[in-house]
Design a protein. Sequence first.
Length: 222
Amino acid sequence: MKISNYLPFLKVTKNDPRQVISHNWEDRKCILKPEINLFDWERLLDKSIVQYLETQIEILHKPIRYPIDRKNLCDQIKDVRAMWKNNSNLEGGELFWQDVYKITKDFLEFSENGMGILHLKVVSNDACAKFHIDGYDLRLFTSYLGPGTEWLPENAVNRVALGTSNDRIVKDQSKVQRMKTGDVGILKGELPNRKSSVKGIVHRSPEISQTGEKRIILRVDV
């Protein structure tokens, strides 16, 4: 496990939020520390999962938004799988849905009431291209296919400029970080109208409109 401010080019002051990058999923609980606003589990997806998703990227899947809870998650993932409307029996399909279930189940342990909202969709545009903070407690996010979410270490972001342009928000373009394809991130947000000492992670969707790339993303908010 590494914490980003241990890296020379990402030095931050004592009170600034930090980000943890790890090869161990068990380290995810560090996100509960008030000073951590991003946990990034670096991993390599099984090749059969990648091959399966490559067969799905051109299919016109409708975006899925589905309420979930810890108690009924197994049946709920089956429902989501049926809504995906494809031959999930293709090689790698079973492994993909097992992975969705596993990381979602583990993430829901951070929910006070064991509940969340699952989103699964194919993305072909830049979506949220402006660096921002979202209004949630915690978010699970992974780009199963296509480029991952971009984020800013604290010494590269001008928080006063949030809501304006990326040119003003990003203090140093060379310090923009990007999660790798398949990585699983847990992002900390900021709920509106709630006082908190926690600073949410500043992030954005990667720009893909000009490249013609597509992404398959999973998101769970609690």
